[in-house]
Design a protein around this ligand. Structure first.
Ligand code: RB5
Length: 151
């Protein structure tokens, strides 16, 4: 699975933890679009990069981290076809896949501690979209996106 990852300064340390976890334990090397230090950057710049790469299909999944996860969620969910889920626990991570077919996982770098983050990432990657009535609901979102684009 091709994964793209990005963060602002509020998520930099947790991004490094997630990258190591992905490489060492999940055997996936994510494409890292930055940021690469604790120096202050604007989260939209990074959120846009990751969202575009998932939206285009270049990457199947994305992971975004900022201080709270809120800014990255707002940015990513402005892109049609992006279903970004801010997850604080393993239950929301699993449900975001099974019911919402989330394609970007968002984590709060100043909120979620390292071991819980690893479990969230593990479960988010392993969980499968259930389709059925959930697909119908996602289709309603796609219809809405198409209506907005054509108006
Ligand atoms: C940066 O200080 C912080 O505002 C950002 O990381 C994020 O939490 C925004 O939603």
């Amino acid at each position: 699975m091709k994964i793209v990852i990005g963060c602002d300064h509020g998520g930099f340390e947790l991004k490094e933890v997630i990258k190591k976890f992905l490489s060492n334990e999940m055997k996936v090397t994510p494409d890292d679009v930055g940021t690469f230090s604790n120096d202050s950057v604007d989260y939209p710049d990074i959120g846009i990069k990751v969202a575009k790469k998932v939206q285009s299909g270049e990457f199947e999944r994305g992971i975004l981290i900022c201080g709270t996860g809120i800014g990255m969620s707002i940015v990513a969910n402005r892109f049609p076809k992006i279903r970004a889920a801010l997850c604080h626990d393993t239950y929301t991570a699993r449900m975001s896949r099974e019911h919402n077919n989330s394609n970007i996982l968002v984590i709060g770098g100043r909120i979620t501690e390292e071991n819980l983050t690893k479990e969230i990432v593990r479960i988010w990657l392993a969980s499968k979209f259930q389709g059925g009535r959930h697909q119908r609901r996602l289709d309603e979102i796609t219809d809405m996106e198409n209506t907005i684009i054509s108006n």
